[in-house]
Design a protein around this ligand. Structure first.
Ligand code: MF3
Ligand code: CO
Ligand code: CO
Length: 276
């Protein structure tokens, strides 16, 4: 039994496990926050080059976010002290920006979440550094396909599990592993809210999707097995078998006849290569 609650301008920000159903104000807020997230991901594309530090990308993300009148939601989130996550190669997610530099052949995920006028735009994309081997480029392509196939399932009347089922089927067809330890999530005025959007599921299970639901889809797909472990820094998640991992993330809202993607790239930089 799933509870839904309709929210409006006067909403109190509850975190009570119910799935919120937003109206036009929410869609307007998410469009703006999502667009900013996408613009930031567009802006960093030319910067992902050999020798560039991940901390310098974090600086650009922070400055661009603040310049737009927003705040990076990750800054200070549960003790996290950075403006984005940068996850390279076998890092699955939550890679911490540092003085580490990109190397030729790396695959990189950058994940940003600007909080603009009270709304969270959460999105990530993969970037390729120099010459990336075919095997890694295929993983990146299929992971993007997984995200978009998941989004295709998102419409009123479908079940949440239809999304994970479609993603899992597509990934496992290529013998890739779907990460189970991290999920997509409801968002809006809150960064992480109900529902949990798992990326491996059974079709026809889970809550029914309804217009006004906002959530992310953010599959993490491994070249090897699904298992991850967290490093001693308490954040960095890596594949247990050290295989490469890729991820893309969009924030979406369920509409009357499908869904709206809030974080589409204005420059058409949907997936790499982002040739200049
Ligand atoms: N942006 C991530 C997500 O997609 C969350 C990062 S939380 C952090 O949900 F603290 F690690 F930054
Ligand atoms: Co997210
Ligand atoms: Co994110």
């Amino acid at each position: 039994m799933t509870d839904y609650v309709t929210v409006d301008d006067t909403e109190t920000v509850l975190r009570d496990g119910t799935i919120k159903l937003h109206g036009p104000t929410g869609f307007e807020g998410m469009r703006k926050a999502g667009r900013l997230a996408a613009e930031i991901l567009d802006a960093v594309a030319p910067l992902v080059q050999p020798g560039v530090t991940t901390a310098s990308i974090d600086d650009v993300v922070r400055q661009m976010t603040l310049d737009a009148g927003a705040v990076p939601a990750t800054l200070g989130y549960r003790g996290y002290a950075h403006s984005c996550c940068i996850s390279i190669n076998h890092v699955v997610c939550h890679g911490i920006p540092s003085d580490k530099t990109f190397k030729d052949g790396d695959i990189v995920n950058i994940d940003v979440t600007p909080l603009l006028d009270g709304w969270h735009g959460d999105s990530s994309r993969m970037y390729l550094v120099g010459d990336v081997p075919l095997k890694a480029r295929r993983l990146v392509d299929v992971t993007y396909e997984c995200l978009m196939i998941g989004i295709e399932q998102a419409r009123p009347g479908a079940r949440l599990g239809d999304i994970g089922a479609a993603i899992q089927a597509h990934a496992e067809k290529q013998r890739y592993g779907v990460v189970r330890d991290f999920c997509g999530h409801g968002l809006g005025r809150l960064f992480h809210d109900a529902p949990e959007v798992v990326h491996a599921a059974r079709a026809g299970t889970g809550p029914e999707l309804k217009p006004g639901m906002f959530f992310t889809i953010e599959p993490m797909i491994n070249l090897g097995k699904p298992a991850v472990k967290i490093l001693d820094d308490g954040w960095t998640a890596v594949t247990r078998d050290r295989s490469l991992s890729a991820q893309f993330e969009h924030s979406i809202g369920i509409t009357e006849d499908g869904c709206e993607i809030f974080t589409t790239s204005p420059k058409g930089l949907h997936k790499p290569p982002y040739a200049a």
